[in-house]
Design a protein around this ligand. Structure first.
Ligand code: AGP
Length: 607
């Protein structure tokens, strides 16, 4: 969480810092600030609220500065306010620091600093950093930063600006992402690539335990012991346009409409003749046979993709699969060993809980396959094998195209394992592969019905509660539909296994409660239909979802949404699209900001 930027070069620093922060607002947007060096002084401007508020406050100030740091915040310690906004300074105003992560021992450090006469002004964990720097500084900035890192526990990516070293910035990374951009006699610091893409494609992706020193004549890298580090330049392949809205009102809508392309990119290059070929997974059939269990670990939307992975792997590969929420997994002494295949799923590849779970799994000797969308992310680098979801840059906080490609990845992985184990007849694999090839076009057919979803959204606009029901895979999709609606429209939404509703929750159904019933799983069709009847008998208002050509739901539901025909196992990939659109249109109708929902951040890099 939180976005960090830094600039040193010959151009005006403020516009570059603000532009970078705009690209990082998805990481947090409750307050923002910048610090620059101008006229031999550190100058600071911070403010509560979105970046636009800071921009207005700044006006034309600090226009002579060519070096500075900036921050957009998602509060962890201390409520959003001017004083808690970053950058934070020491007592003398000679150091300014922006930070992403959590300093876990900040309370003891605060006390330690207070005993030495330092005055801490904010409620944040971050503010100990500039004061520690002030304490350790004896003329050598890098050495002081190094000594500070020795005092810290927790996760930190930070950028340091110092009055004593006007032509220098220092960047530090441990357990929170940070990259360095290499321009022509100008250098950048950022939490993520989009912030610098307008200026350069050449980057260093810092590893944990590394420090970068940026000066006019270049960038030096070292580790926390001060030893020089040599690193390959990573050249970013995608372009700056990917980070623009391309005519759509919101990134979320743009990303929903990019799903046919995202599916095509993720699926098609991995389908060869009638088989799934995953060259990126370095496991032989003999090795695969030896795995007795699969454990899938992820958070939020990625966890919902994992639930679908479980059903598919258990059905097609016939081995037990557990799905765990990453923040729970590592604290319950998980039963995993070298016979367990662990799959972690993460769009960003930086989610702290998922990364910690991955490391825990490796500590127990398990092999870890990562399913992620970000090349070179921490999760991609720490895993044994990586299956990339080629969704492309996802900016909206609510994940859509990344989720759909995670589902595609689950199908690919399940089939890959089934092929190796010989657990599915060839004909069946061929049938699934054929259906997979049709999915991108079918996703487009669903998107073509966006107008209908927009109309249906009017029913949800005044609602206070909504329910999503389904059985089997439909239930897993329902969970994702409910999360989307909650996340961006703030309507209380719950997903229920359709058969479970009658065991209590049905008491909440009234005429003002819209219910979405997913009915795409043939084996439980009649059962779910009966559950819809139960809701109707309590005056609930129901939208049913089934395949085109099936008129049966029209007799029980108030409205029916039709999906193109596909296999039951692939239905989630199509069924989630109207749910994403619904959440989006309800959010807009309620006057919410679909791209930047309250209290949230896209990349959750704190535990
Ligand atoms: C999705 O809409 C959410 N914003 C959130 O649940 C997200 O999926 C979760 O934080 C996991 O992120 P990751 O995929 O980047 O690990």
């Amino acid at each position: 969480m939180c976005g960090i930027v830094g600039y040193i070069g010959k151009q005006q620093a403020v516009p570059i810092l603000l532009d970078g922060l705009k690209k990082l607002e998805y990481r947090g947007y409750d307050s923002a600030g910048i610090a620059v060096l101008e006229e031999s002084e550190i100058k600071l401007c911070k403010s509560l609220g979105r970046l636009a508020v800071l921009e207005e406050k700044l006006g034309q100030d600090f226009s002579a500065a060519t070096c500075g740091v900036g921050h957009t915040r998602w509060a962890t310690h201390g409520r959003p306010s001017d004083v808690n906004a970053h950058p934070h300074c020491d007592c003398t105003g000679k150091f300014a620091i922006v930070h992403n992560g959590i300093i876990e021992n900040y309370i003891e450090l605060k006390e330690w600093l207070a005993e030495r006469g330092h005055h801490i002004l904010s409620e944040t964990d971050t503010e100990v950093l500039p004061h520690l720097l002030e304490h350790f500084y004896a003329g050598d900035l890098e050495e002081a930063v190094r000594l500070v890192t020795e005092k810290l526990r927790g996760a930190f990516a930070m950028a340091v600006l110092s009055y004593n070293h006007p032509q220098k910035l220092v960047a530090v990374r441990k357990d929170s992402p940070l990259i360095i951009g290499l321009g022509d006699e100008e250098y950048f610091i950022a939490s993520d690539i989009p912030a610098i893409l307008k200026y350069t494609r050449k980057t260093y992706i810092l590893d944990d335990g590394e420090i970068a020193v940026l000066q006019e004549d270049g960038v030096r890298l070292m580790d926390f012991q001060g030893k020089p580090v040599h690193k390959e330049i990573y050249e970013v392949k995608w372009d700056a346009q990917a980070a623009e809205k391309g005519g759509y009102e919101h990134f979320m809508l743009k990303e929903i409409f990019e799903q046919p392309r995202a599916l095509r990119d993720t699926l098609l290059s991995r389908l060869e003749n009638d088989l799934v070929v995953l060259q990126e997974i370095d496991l032989t059939a003999e090795e695969i046979i030896h795995y007795q269990r699969v454990v899938i670990v992820a958070c939020g939307t990625a966890y919902h993709a994992g639930l679908i992975g479980k059903t598919l792997i258990e059905r097609w590969v016939r081995i037990p699969v557990e799905v765990d929420i990453a923040s729970e997994f590592r604290y319950r002494s998980p039963l995993i060993d070298a016979q367990t295949l662990v799959i972690v799923i993460s769009q960003s590849g930086e989610t702290a809980d998922t990364l910690a779970a991955l490391r825990e799994a490796k500590r127990h000797g398990a092999r870890v396959i990562a399913v992620t969308n970000v090349v070179g992310s921490s999760i991609a680098r720490d895993a044994d094998d990586v299956l990339y979801t080629w969704a492309g840059l996802e900016i909206a906080v609510a994940s859509t195209k990344a989720y759909i490609t995670q589902l595609a990845a689950m199908v690919l992985l399940a089939l890959f394992l089934a092929e190796a184990k010989g657990s599915l007849p060839e004909e069946r694999i061929k049938e699934i592969v054929t259906a997979l090839r049709q999915l991108p076009g079918q996703a487009q057919e669903v998107l073509d019905q966006a107008g209908l979803v927009r109309q249906l959204a009017t029913v949800f606009q005044p609602a206070e509660d909504a329910f999503f029901i389904g059985r089997g895979l439909d239930w897993s999709v329902a969970l994702e539909g409910a999360l989307k609606l909650k996340e961006i429209s703030y309507i209380h939404a719950e997903a229920y296994a359709a058969g479970e509703l009658k065991h209590g929750t049905i008491a909440l159904i009234t005429k003002d409660t819209p219910v979405i019933a997913l009915v795409t799983q043939h084996d439980v069709y009649e059962k779910t239909k009966s559950n819809i009847e139960e809701v109707k008998a309590r005056d609930g208002w129901v939208i049913g979802m089934t395949y085109v050509g099936d008129q049966r739901l029209e007799k029980v539901a108030d409205q029916v949404f039709y999906l193109p025909k596909t296999l039951s196992e692939l239905a989630p990939i199509l069924a989630v699209i109207p749910l994403q659109l619904l959440a989006y249109y309800v959010s807009i109708a309620r006057g919410c900001d679909a791209d930047k929902p309250r209290n949230l951040a896209k990349s959750v890099t704190v535990e």
